[in-house]
Ligand binder design. Structure first.
Ligand SMILES: [Zn+2]
Length: 323
């Protein structure tokens, strides 16, 4: 499917409004500040491409002439999303409404190589006429712009051009971002968020940041390495080579792990004046009540995506090009 011709600003505005509930052409024109003629033309184009459909009629408060309501066509387009974790690969397929249509996991043996990941992706990811591409969420450090990953704690993974390798192998457009950044995308898809962190405590520990409504990637797309901020001088050695990082202290804290994360999250909230924190990752999902109880006094919740958070966010990185 040729995305590029549909990615204009106006097409994206119209699709985004229909997704968020602006139902008729008149509603869209009012919300987007476009003329009714312009909206009719854009809607006709998106309907011809199979991304929008008419669903029936609505009346404005029972008066006036009935107007045709629009909705996003669920099977109008699909995107694959993958999470390369330190011990497994998780892959989902999303439809255009963001619903998960399939989800699969492949274990990754200790010392797995980039080729092992590409082999697994090749088995799980199927191209198709309406498939827009694959999004990959990976542990950092990585470079979002050139698609190169160098994750901590994975020997043989320094400077791997994973995006280009996956595009070659799969014959699909591929985008790559940090696991924590795509986690933020997934949460922001569900509700409005402005200054928020999605804290991921799984095989690694990190935080995706949404500042002023935008994902904050930083100068070298290294933002969010929250797990490698120091919380204990001369503390336990960390996979990054330093001592006393949040990730290492949390991993060795046993029953105190939620308190360690709570203290670190309180620092983050203080530093950035966040008003929302979403907790995710294996450690949190295993003991959600303990983690919630240890958090500072802001709007804190547990992700509703469960273990699919990162692959869903990665797929939304692809789908998001239409909205
Ligand atoms: Zn560290």
């Amino acid at each position: 499917m040729d995305l590029t011709s549909l990615r204009s600003h106006n097409n994206r505005t119209v699709l985004g409004l229909v997704r968020s509930g602006a139902l008729t052409r008149a509603d869209i024109a009012a919300a987007a500040g476009l003329t009714p003629q312009a909206v009719s033309k854009i809607v006709a184009r998106l309907m011809a491409e199979g991304l929008l459909e008419e669903t029936g009629t609505v009346r404005d408060g029972g008066r006036g002439k009935p107007r045709t309501a629009l909705q996003v066509v669920a099977d109008g387009a699909y995107a694959w999303g993958a999470h390369v974790d330190r011990d497994e690969l998780r892959v989902v397929l999303l439809d255009l409404t963001g619903e998960v249509k399939s989800s699969s996991i492949v274990p990754l043996a200790a010392g797995f190589t980039p080729d092992d990941v590409l082999d697994a992706l090749e088995r799980l990811v199927e191209p198709g006429e309406r498939v827009l591409g694959l999004g990959i969420g990976s542990a950092g450090p990585l470079d979002f712009r050139d698609g190169v990953v160098s994750p901590n704690a994975l020997p043989g993974w320094a400077g791997v051009p994973l995006r280009a390798l996956a595009e070659q192998r799969l014959g699909l457009p591929v985008v790559l971002d940090k696991d924590t950044n795509v986690a933020v995308l997934a949460e922001a898809w569900l509700r409005p968020m402005r200054d928020a962190a999605v804290v991921f405590a799984g095989t690694g520990l990190g935080a995706g940041l949404l500042l002023g409504g935008e994902i904050h990637r930083g100068a070298r797309s290294g933002a969010g390495e929250f797990g490698h901020t120091t919380i204990q001088l001369d503390g336990p050695i960390c996979v990054c080579g330093r001592r006393g990082c949040v990730e290492a202290v949390h991993a060795g804290a046993g029953a105190d792990a939620p308190r360690v994360l709570g203290a670190a999250v309180a620092n983050l909230v203080q530093l950035l004046d966040l008003d929302q924190v979403v907790l995710s990752g294996r450690s949190v999902l295993e003991a959600p009540e303990e983690y919630l109880a240890a958090m500072p006094e802001v709007d804190v919740s547990i992700t509703s995506y469960g273990p699919d958070l990162v692959p869903v966010g990665a797929a939304l990185l692809v789908l998001g090009e239409l909205f």
